[in-house]
Design a protein. Structure first.
Length: 233
């Protein structure tokens, strides 16, 4: 199986042409069941709350189920992983108000300065091969360049009311994947805790490693060109 996955930024319209599994999924993009006054008491920004509610209502009235296209046109990030030109995975991220269903969770609201990672779905036959990690790393790289300091996401815990198949195919990202890739719990919850990845610290570590490799390569290059090395040969 090809492990050289190509990661590309795509639009909602391009995803429609791919006809991937996630196309008609409205899990995060529907309004949810919470009431407006309940949402107001939780929200820290009324303008973002209104934008979220508007998107949720618009998606509910979307007769063509073009949720993803609406998400993309509103500033959402969509990344796709390809293997031999076949789309095998999708990542969706953006400002938290682009995911109206978030208001239904007890951890709401996330940090308004962070980017919320809503979905990271890989086809079952391509899981545990690195496609999900490459999708996440591509998002991290873009956000670091854009000076975004953090990513937040909801993780899911296994419980007695959720069978293994439902757990594996839920749009919510498994806790194990988030922890393995550097996320930590910001707000705990019995079933759906809020996780956070600090990109500022991550970028410092990556920069440090990059500098170390550069110095090591420079030392090797100088050793090769050294007159002492030439005389010994």
């Amino acid at each position: 199986m090809n492990l050289n996955f190509a990661i590309k930024n795509i639009s909602g319209e391009q995803l429609e042409n791919i006809k991937f599994k996630c196309l008609n999924c409205g899990f995060w993009l529907n309004q949810g069941s919470s009431g407006f006054y309940e949402e107001t008491s939780k929200s820290i920004n009324i303008w973002e709350l209104l934008k979220s509610r508007f998107l949720g209502i618009r998606n509910l009235n979307n007769k063509n189920n073009r949720f993803i296209d609406s998400f993309s046109r509103s500033g959402g990030i969509i990344k796709a992983a390809f293997s031999n030109k076949k789309c095998i995975g999708i990542l969706m991220a953006g400002k938290y108000y682009l995911f109206p269903r978030l208001k239904s969770y007890t951890i709401f609201p996330p940090d308004s300065e962070s980017i919320f990672l809503g979905c990271l779905y890989v086809l079952p036959e391509y899981r545990n091969l690195g496609a999900g990690k490459k999708l996440l790393m591509s998002l991290e790289k873009d956000l670091i360049l854009s000076r975004v300091n953090s990513i937040e996401s909801i993780g899911k815990r296994v419980n007695d009311d959720m069978d293994i198949e439902e757990y594996a195919n839920s749009p919510i990202i498994p806790i194990k994947f988030l922890i393995k890739n550097g996320f930590y719990i910001k707000k705990n919850d019995e079933l759906f805790p809020l996780f956070r990845l600090d990109l500022s610290a991550l970028s410092l570590v990556k920069g440090f490693l990059k500098d170390r490799f550069a110095l090591k390569n420079l030392a090797l290059e100088r050793a090769v060109k050294s007159p002492a090395t030439i005389r010994k040969n």
